[in-house]
Design a protein around this ligand. Structure first.
Ligand code: S3P
Length: 432
């Protein structure tokens, strides 16, 4: 018998990735000195910072310890044409939200990214922005980066988005902000609403209304230059999800993760694992910078299989790989559907998770829009591929930490995209 796994400690996770991107963009679009603390220093957010610098914004290096930085904003009107292409690295959020902000600028510039990002669809963003009057030129393959954003005069739009996607919604809201024109977006259900929350905190009017068939977000820009912001970025629930999963799979111990963003559009994973039999304590609930925040407390729990359907996916979209890997240790067969968006993330996450599960000895079947995973108690062993995807690496890292399993992740360093220090933290809380 392997030695039982104890997962215990009182930890924090790095700042929220979605909020960090937005805090940097808003600080650069505001006029005056913004103070930002707790920013995620991961590679994706460093891409946003360097894109903003290339546009003439004075954004300091992102400190490794999340300490405060000050950004001297000159207003979006002070942005200048970049000398080179804007490299968004691996970050879809950087590329897509920047397209919204850049659509109304009076200069042209070209956005590009790494191989993974250049393989991801972009017309979902350029299409609504073109309806507002923006002009784009695809410089490579259709629907893909590199894309030149050709400046244009934008007008108002009512956009019915086919997907609950915060990147689509935010691109339209930010285009409205940059151009000073009212916009509304209807989405099938509310996607993460950090953009709306920051806009409101800056004194802008953003209304959210249930239409019966979806959610309509209306934004009437106030027409003045944005004031500077003071933001304390809470811990990323998507990063916390990996530690929660690790603690659930342990044999003993209790893990406390402090200061995690528990915005309801981000906590779907915690609700789903509770349905699998876990109990996730949320203590010390408070509001910080317009976002709900709490400390999570989690102990090991036997898990049972569940069915996960369409409506439950958007609030857990980035955590579905971890959920599917947890299903390998749940009793019964877990079925995930309505998650076709996973095929166009940093990698095809449906294929990546199913392939890797099979590589370590788990029965997993791909569906067009999800997968079926059969739980097992057998020791799991094999080499898995990260496919340049941080969340795939971490999900299998968690499974690999279980006693008796021998799982090697081919490129563990890719976790730096969203969770620098992940492997050290796993070693610290498992004592191995
Ligand atoms: C994000 C939105 C989501 C999410 C991504 C971050 C954001 O993408 O998967 O990791 O910060 O707006 P979609 O908008 O494509 O669902």
């Amino acid at each position: 018998m392997p030695t039982p796994l104890r997962v215990a400690g009182d930890v924090t996770v790095p700042g929220d990735k979605s909020i960090t991107h937005r805090a940097l963009m808003f600080a650069a679009a505001a006029r005056g000195e913004s103070r930002l603390r707790g920013l995620l220093p991961g590679a994706d957010c460093r891409s946003t910072a360097s894109v903003l610098r290339a546009l003439g914004c004075a954004v300091p290096e992102l400190p490794a310890d999340g300490s405060e930085i000050r950004v001297q904003g000159r207003g979006i009107g002070g942005w200048t044409a970049p000398a080179q292409w804007l490299d968004c690295g691996n970050s879809g959020t950087t590329a897509r939200l920047m397209m919204g902000l850049l659509a109304s600028r009076p200069f042209a510039c070209t956005l590009t990214g790494d191989d993974s990002l250049r393989g991801r669809p972009m017309r979902r963003i350029t299409e609504p922005l073109m309806r507002m009057g923006a002009r784009f030129r695809e410089a490579g393959a259709p629907d893909r980066l590199p894309i030149e954003v050709v400046g244009g005069r934008l007008h108002s739009i009512h956009y019915a988005s086919p997907k609950a996607s915060a990147q689509i919604k935010s691109a339209v809201l930010l285009a409205g902000l940059g151009a000073g024109v009212p916009v509304s977006v209807t989405e099938p259900m509310l996607s993460r609403d950090h953009t709306e929350r920051i806009l409101r905190a800056l004194g802008e009017t953003v209304e959210t209304e249930d239409t019966g068939a979806g959610v309509r977000i209306q934004f009437h820009p106030g027409g003045r230059t944005l004031p500077p912001l003071a933001v304390e970025v809470p811990g990323d629930p998507s990063s916390a999800a990996f530690l929660v999963a690790l603690a659930l799979l342990a044999d003993e111990g209790e893990l406390r993760i402090r200061n995690v963003c528990v915005n309801p559009t981000r906590t779907g994973f915690f609700r789903l694992v509770e349905r699998m039999g876990a109990r996730i304590g949320m203590e010390n609930a408070r509001t910080s910078g317009g976002e709900p925040v709490a400390d999570l407390v989690v102990r090991p729990a036997p898990l049972r299989a569940i069915d996960v359907g369409g409506d439950e996916v958007p609030d857990a979209i980035d955590e579905i790989p971890m959920l599917a890997v947890l299903a390998a240790r749940a009793q019964g067969e877990t079925r995930i559907t309505g998650a076709g968006e996973l095929r166009v993330k940093e990698t095809d996450r449906i294929a990546a998770v199913a392939d890797n599960l099979r590589a370590v000895g788990v029965q997993a079947q791909e569906l067009e829009d999800g997968m079926v995973v059969r739980g097992t108690e057998a020791p799991l062993a094999g080499r898995v591929r990260a496919f340049h995807d941080h969340r795939i690496a971490m999900a299998f890292g968690v499974l690999g930490a279980q006693p008796g399993n021998a799982i090697e992740v081919d490129h563990p360093e890719v976790v730096d995209v969203s969770f620098p220090g992940f492997w050290e933290l796993v070693r610290r809380i498992t004592g191995r």
